[in-house]
Design a protein around this ligand. Structure first.
Ligand code: AOF
Ligand code: ZN
Length: 348
């Protein structure tokens, strides 16, 4: 079945609504909905504000009232079919006597699936898949986490041009320029969890909060997670009251991600040291790499990742570069290059 020009325009608008600024990220997907009258004019709009709040369809139906009768609902995600934090949207659309539903991304969340089938059963025309790629892109990590039953992992590190994360004496403070540090905070704010190892907490004592240009903590703080078996001193900055913190008592990346998934976490920003990076790489649990490279040479010092046991070039881990950006600071010295790379895979 095909869609009309008015429905495609409504879908573009619904995608815009879904990413309304200020909508908190996770654990729920971003969803937008537009209700169209039979003549193609807009009756009502809605978007999902936060977990626990009404779904996009329900917001639009409430705004439309009686006018929803005979309307077409254009939604960025297949309407849900479950009673979770709120009731099923499939039933709400049926009760409102909507005639047709056009949705973008099929819902693969096991608890919510079946909306399209339920609507068809009730005699409603249903078209799925319209602009599905665009819808998936705005819920990239939600989609990944639901599909893989674990959070998406972005590993971030900063090195010199010769791949050193710290000098031989352990000092590392200025490997990242100010521009790179600000950029890191921006990327942190797009994740729901920041993960480091106990070693990093003991040695570097990072606060792991998201801060703005004035170094003030922003409103929505990701969860701070530290993994490892050893006990940590309570006075570490990660335990301050600026954000929530959890200590995962495991050294196993898969177990840590499993626990985080149980906590509804979908995007982990891995900021630990070389040992933690190695553990995740060896487990095949790094999906994206963000590297800040400083125009500096050290010639000695620790590397971004510990020994992976690769002795010959044929065994190297390969990455695909997806973005290269020069981060220019206020003076010429303050420059880093950010490289974003996708999932490494071993060449066979
Ligand atoms: C949303 N917003 O607009 C739609 C969703 O947390 P619950 O119980 O409200 O259910 C969340 C699930 O409902 C979500 O993972 C997705 O599968 C489905 N649809 N969710 O948060 C919406 N339409
Ligand atoms: Zn719903």
């Amino acid at each position: 079945m095909t869609t009309s020009e008015a429905e495609r325009a409504a879908m573009r608008r619904a995608l815009e609504l879904a990413v309304t600024p200020g909508v908190p990220l996770g654990p729920n997907p971003r969803v937008g909905c537009v209700l169209l009258a039979p003549d193609g004019t807009t009756i009502a709009e809605g978007f999902h504000r936060k977990a626990g709040g009404p779904h996009a369809e329900v917001v639009a139906l409430a705004e439309a009232g009686e006018a929803a009768r005979g309307a077409t609902a254009v939604v960025t995600l297949e309407p849900c079919n479950h009673t979770g934090r709120t009731g099923p949207c499939s039933e709400a659309l049926i009760a409102a006597d909507v005639r047709r539903v056009v949705f973008a991304q099929p819902d693969i969340n096991p608890v919510a699936i079946g909306g399209a089938g339920r609507l068809r059963e009730a005699g409603i025309e249903v078209v799925g898949g319209e602009m599905a790629d665009e819808a998936r892109a705005i819920n990239r990590t939600w989609t990944f986490a639901i599909a893989h039953r674990r959070p998406f992992v972005t590993w971030k590190f900063a090195t010199t041009l010769d791949g050193r994360s710290a000098a031989a004496d352990g000092t590392s403070r200025w490997v990242s320029s100010r521009a790179a540090r600000l950029d890191t905070h921006r990327l942190r704010s797009l994740c729901d969890t920041m993960l480091v190892g106990t070693q990093t907490v003991e040695v570097d004592d990072p606060e792991l909060t998201v801060r703005d240009e004035l170094d003030e903590p922003v409103e929505f703080q990701p969860l701070r997670a530290v993994m490892g078996l050893r006990d940590l001193p309570a006075d570490r900055r990660i335990f301050n009251d600026r954000a929530e913190t959890i200590h995962l008592r495991t050294r196993d990346p898969e177990a840590a991600l499993g626990q985080l998934f149980e906590l509804d976490r979908q995007h982990v920003f891995l900021e630990g040291g070389p040992t933690l990076a190695r553990a995740f790489l060896e487990a095949g649990l790094v999906d994206e790499v963000v590297a800040y490279v400083a125009p500096m040479l050290l010639g000695a010092g620790s590397s971004a990742v510990a020994d992976l046991g690769i002795h010959t070039i044929a065994d190297a881990l390969h990455l695909h570069v997806t973005d290269v950006t020069v981060l220019q600071g206020h003076d010429g010295e303050d420059t880093n290059v950010r490289l974003t790379m996708s999932r490494p895979s071993r060449r066979s």
